[in-house]
Design a protein around this ligand. Structure first.
Ligand SMILES: C[S@@+](CC[C@H](N)C(=O)[O-])C[C@H]1O[C@@H](n2cnc3c(N)ncnc32)[C@H](O)[C@@H]1O
Length: 232
């Protein structure tokens, strides 16, 4: 087994008695120091903004949080029409304060349930929000993303992946164990990381019908966080 697997196994063992937190509860409680915590991905945020096509006019950001990726996007496209959706009202509130002068619509809702519409966005982005869900659930979400994009529209995803099947299996099994232990109903989101392997993530995106779905690459400092692009 690789080093990542061993380290993760030890961390899961060390935290095994910690109660699970709901997704919104977790982020609501950590909004104040959230941006400092995410500084690690500074260059990835910039990279995502650079990858947006120059012609983009409307954008949907799913799981936008406090909008760290949007800080970079607005620097490049100050007039962009942006819709951001997130479960955490506290995170959205911080984003609203930062960009009160922008064409920004914020929705506090679950992106799996929220109606994204049909052919209404030039681009959809997701940054570090999808590493909590099973492939089947993501496939349905990617179908919605496909539908809401205009023809030729682009989906960009930057999120960390499991470096092996063994890691994917281990984290899903541990999440299931903790959910059962804490009597969490199936329809309640918890903050526990369950990334898919890159292959499984790509398969889920491809299965939504995108004619182009490709790995853009990794930044040199982080070989677990791929940038993925799909084009309708
Ligand atoms: C790690 S943060 C990333 C925020 C932002 N994209 C960034 O990179 O700074 C993950 C965000 O996804 C949101 N989230 C997770 N599941 C969600 C869901 N089903 N619907 C809407 N938002 C969700 C969380 O509330 C949280 O704000």
């Amino acid at each position: 087994m690789d080093q990542n697997y061993q380290e993760l196994k030890e961390w899961l063992e060390a935290t095994k008695d910690q109660p699970l937190e709901t997704m919104a509860g977790f982020f609501d409680a950590r909004t104040d120091d959230y941006e400092e915590h995410m500084i690690h991905w500074k260059r990835h945020y910039q990279w995502m903004a650079e990858l947006l096509p120059a012609s983009v006019k409307s954008l949907l950001d799913i799981g936008c949080g406090t909008g760290l990726e949007l800080d970079c996007v607005f620097r490049r496209f100050p007039l962009l029409q942006v819709t951001g959706i997130d479960l955490s009202e506290q995170m959205l509130s911080k984003l609203r304060q930062k960009h009160s002068d922008k064409a920004l619509t914020l929705v506090c809702d679950d992106y799996f349930l929220w109606n994204m519409g049909t052919e209404c966005f030039d681009a959809v982005i997701s940054f570090e929000t999808l590493h909590h869900f099973r492939a089947e659930k993501k496939t349905a979400l990617f179908q919605k993303i496909y539908r809401c994009l205009k023809p030729g529209g682009v989906y960009l995803e930057c999120d960390y992946v499991a470096s092996s099947q063994a890691i994917e299996d281990m984290v899903f099994a541990e999440c299931e164990r903790r959910r059962k232990r804490d009597n969490i109903p199936d329809d309640v989101f918890v903050h526990f990381d369950t990334p898919l392997t890159l292959e499984h993530e790509m398969n889920a995106i491809k299965s939504a019908g995108f004619p182009i779905a490709e790995l853009v690459g990794f930044l040199p400092e982080d070989d677990h966080t791929p940038m993925i692009r799909a084009i309708k």
